[in-house]
Design a protein around this ligand. Structure first.
Ligand SMILES: [Ca+2]
Length: 233
């Protein structure tokens, strides 16, 4: 009898949870062009360790806005442990005091959707041989933007730590039912605010649909139902 009850209980749980999980697993990676900076766009590759480690520009798919001193870079082991986080090359971006750009931006093919969690993630490293000056720890900034209105939807600023180490940083925002950005094109942006020169690698942008209210209430009702059944057993 007990076995049969357990079987019924599991069947009930499955029928309640199935529609909920279908609604909750609509995670999707939004495609970024050249997210790991391996595509040099035909430029002569920078050479690891011989002093010609950077190529200005050469950030295929990304626009360098106002200023330069940013591009592709092949870090040596003396600059960062593990060199690139993935692949061979990284992006480098100086801060504005060292000719760095106002921003490095990419316009995606995706548009802002309602009730969706957007997470932008990337790896950033401070160079062992080029640490931030004075009291600066090095500071980087990420943005997710509305490309149609040319404004920021969310900005994240990070004080970095650990010379020569790759650390992962991310920003996250959840859209509502009627945000002004809905249907507008998503742009991704990063820059070095302070810290002489920082390295960036492996950007990714994830979009996950929030469960619809009806799905959530079904899940809650199902959970309550199960609790009541359990008490009666
Ligand atoms: Ca890379």
């Amino acid at each position: 009898m007990r076995k049969m009850r357990t079987g019924l209980w599991l069947a009930c749980a499955a029928c309640v949870l199935l529609p909920a999980s279908a609604g909750m697993t609509q995670a999707a990676e939004i495609t970024l062009t050249n997210p790991g900076f391996e595509d040099l766009g035909g430029a002569t590759p920078p050479v690891d360790g011989d002093g010609v480690q950077s190529v200005h520009g050469a950030l295929t798919g990304w626009s360098v806005l106002v200023g330069n001193n940013a591009g592709a870079h092949d870090p040596s082991a003396a600059q960062v442990t593990g060199e690139a986080h993935g692949g061979t090359y990284t992006a480098y971006a100086n801060d504005p005091n060292y000719g760095g750009p106002l921003a490095i931006r990419q316009t995606t093919a995706a548009t802002w959707q309602a009730n969706t969690v957007y997470t932008l993630t990337a790896y950033i490293a401070r160079r062992t041989d080029l640490p931030p000056e004075g009291s600066s720890t090095g500071q980087a900034e990420f943005q997710l933007r509305d490309a149609d209105e040319d404004n920021a939807i969310i900005t994240g600023t990070y004080d970095l730590s650990g010379n020569g180490a790759w650390n992962m940083y991310s920003i996250q925002i959840t859209t509502g039912e009627s945000d002004a950005c809905l249907g507008h094109v998503i742009a991704v942006q990063f820059r070095t605010v302070d810290g002489t020169q920082l390295l960036y690698d492996d950007f990714s942008l994830d979009a996950t649909a929030v469960p619809e209210p009806m799905t959530v209430s079904l899940l809650v009702a199902g959970g309550l139902g199960m609790l009541l059944r359990r008490k009666r057993m």
